[in-house]
Design a binder for this molecule. Structure first.
Ligand SMILES: C[S@@+](CC[C@H](N)C(=O)[O-])C[C@H]1O[C@@H](n2cnc3c(N)ncnc32)[C@H](O)[C@@H]1O
Length: 244
């Protein structure tokens, strides 16, 4: 695996970014869940539960979990949803393989599909709800993905996104990323033998213009957006509705 500085260089260019992101998730897939628990001290499950509790899931809802990773959101939605369908898609086969192994009884089926968020292989207006957790910073272009999500949602459909935010003021943002770089580098070495696996998070955050920028980009493709920050603006939720 590349060194943190080489990953950082690759993240700077849209044409090399996806390869760098794929390399990181190939390396972490088998221990991604453990790494998440340790890095967030278990808080990622609370942040995801808050998203789940905000979802409107009438029977029959057709859901896309975009960049599902190891599938937590997909499985939890399928547990809560009656007679619907959850499509769990990701560009990375190793992450999807871990998601598939989490089989458990659910009220709606979950299907797993390899798909690039930049060019979704779904018809226009095929989903009522799209969710996405912790993936946006890794996309080569968030605006392109936002337009794809808008396209595959039916009129009146909703997109929910959860991700790290850029906390404010700027000095605090710098402190948080410095802490993530130090602790993530150490954890990456211990868990995966590569510092770069978790320094990926502050590296992508440093290149992310932030949650207010994302609100504007989602509005630009036609969504009506409500953005909420939580935990001292460490995390942000975007609820984006497509006009009926
Ligand atoms: C940090 S993980 C998040 C996984 C999961 N959604 C969660 O909340 O834990 C980011 C995921 O985004 C996926 N990803 C990155 N670029 C992608 C793309 N262009 N299309 C689809 N998935 C992508 C990665 O493979 C990885 O599984």
């Amino acid at each position: 695996m590349k060194r943190p500085s080489a990953i950082a260089t690759a993240l700077d260019r849209p044409e090399t970014k996806q390869d760098a992101v794929d390399e990181v998730f190939d390396a972490v897939a088998q221990r991604y869940d453990l790494g998440n628990d340790l890095m967030s001290l278990g808080w990622h499950t609370r942040w995801k539960r808050r998203l789940l509790d905000g979802l409107d899931l009438p029977p029959g809802t057709q859901v896309l979990d975009l960049a599902t990773g190891t599938g937590d959101l997909a499985w939890d939605i399928a547990e809560r949803l009656e007679d619907g369908l959850v499509v769990a898609s990701d560009i990375n086969k190793a992450m999807l393989a871990v998601a598939r192994r989490k089989q458990r009884p659910t009220r709606s089926p979950v299907t797993f599909e390899v798909a690039d968020a930049m060019a979704l292989p779904y018809d226009d207006a095929s989903f009522d709800l799209v969710v996405c957790g912790y993936a946006g910073r890794g996309f080569p272009s968030w605006p392109v993905v936002a337009a794809e999500v808008h396209r595959v949602l039916r009129p009146g459909g909703v997109f929910w996104n959860l991700d790290f935010a850029r906390p404010h003021p700027p000095w605090w943002d710098g402190v948080v990323r410095a802490w993530m770089t130090a602790s993530g580098g150490l954890l990456g070495l211990v868990l995966h033998g590569h510092a770069a696996t978790y320094t990926y998070i502050p590296q992508t955050l440093a290149r992310y213009p932030g949650q207010r920028w994302l609100t504007t980009e989602l509005e630009r493709v036609g969504f009506r957006v409500v953005m909420t920050e939580t935990t001292g603006a460490l995390m942000a939720y975007h609820k984006a509705e497509k006009a009926s």
